[in-house]
Design a protein around this ligand. Sequence first.
Ligand code: CA
Length: 532
Amino acid sequence: MRTSTLIISIALLIATAASAADRPNILFIMSDDHTTQAIGAYGSRLAKLNPTPTIDRLAKEGMVFDNAYCTNSICTPSRACILTGQYAHVNGVHDLRGRIEAKRQYLAVEMGKAGYQTAMIGKWHLKEEPGAFDYYCVLPGQGKYFDPVFRVQGERRWPNNTIQFKGKHSSDAITDVALEWLKSGWDRQQPFFLMHHYKAPHDFFEYAGRYENYLADVQIPEPENLWSQSQFGSIATRGANDELLPHIGTSIGRRNPRRNYVKHYKVDANLNDEDAQRAAYNVYLKHYLRCVKGVDDNLARLFGYLKQIGQFDNTVIIYTGDQGFMLGEHDYMDKRWMYEESMRMPFIVRYPKRVPAGARSSAIVENVDYGPTMLAFAGADTPSVMQGRSFHEICETGKEPKGWKQEAYYRYWMHMAHHDNPGHVGIRTKEFKLIFYYGCNYQGKQRTPPGWELYDVRKDPTEVVNLYDDPDYAAVVAELKQRLKKLRAHVRDDGKDFPAAERVIQEFWDDDERDRAEARRISRAYLEFKSK
Ligand code: CA
């Protein structure tokens, strides 16, 4: 080798090493079903209980996104959206049956190509082996809260590669695994990309014993719409003349006789409806918040270690949930709905080298954008298979780049499964939310009444007044329907995989008098079916 070539080679080596050292680690933390109402930094009614001091510090030192949305508010689909950067109708994970095999785990694949050491720890829920990661230690399926079993990368083949953590709560075990990997698994020559996913606070909210007394003597603040919301909903969610109120959406109080928290928590049967509902709400929220506290305390442990090894400020730390959650708003439990508490995700990012402290953004971002954003922080481009777009510029400047999206797309497919939510599709802008409950399954069957809802989220952030039929909003409705139609084409939800369901969507789209009469007929038929 000639001297000049040697010098160039050495210079290149040094440059490569320097750029690797310059690149931040990326720590993506996602808790299952952790909703914004239960994070202090989001300032809801529960903030005064101080449920998340560690996450709030992260928010104070980083940026909080107020309009981060899930495009299909349920566990497996949301995880698939994040990993593939694609909407559910493109990646094929419409519901809990979905799976993503290694070659489509694009986010991990691209991080690997970018020179990152990749690891996936905790709740995975995508069935196939997390084979695109350098290391994994994941819960099988939903996993267990106590004495959790994990599938660990190693000599034994998936899915028989299990180990059990006896005597441990899952949040503690997941944190222990991550700390162990950082200590002895991570090769410090490379930056790391770690997906750190808690099972908590997913139902049924089994918290570690040390939280038994947390909030024990506290009356949990209630959302106003736990009680009164006479202008909320539509024929799709209430039935004609409210006849389906007992059958649409599982409840806190006794409204839904099939599934409610009065029944689940075995609240004193002698209590009247209101007192029983209040009692069930308190038990529900205390269980949930005790799980949240366990996550927050464990994050303090994880961050403490990163500080100890001098990597805390050299790591892009993202905190999110896989979707939001209804904590009694509209008397609902669970997620799945397009209503704000369910569709909205927490999204907090801290990276003091590039992200200003104490900043907030109202930019609309979707979970399909998370992967591209993390790749941008890693210095990598978004692969063409991903539909999402990086918002790292928003994280760094607080400003939306030219042409940034002004709307979020939503579609929930699991019609009337588990929590009695009808299939729906909709659009969320900064001003409004338009929801179309088309009310059928993939085959166009099991019909519930189709109906539309419009909320003016500027004036009515808790979405209690459906304005769809208000003549003052007729022009808004017409415009939003056009935008929703265009958005469906843009995200490529063309309905061709499920033509029978698509026919129902098209049939009831214009919502004329004939459609409305048909909706009333379907409402009555559904009531008769439920009364059998
Ligand atoms: Ca979830």
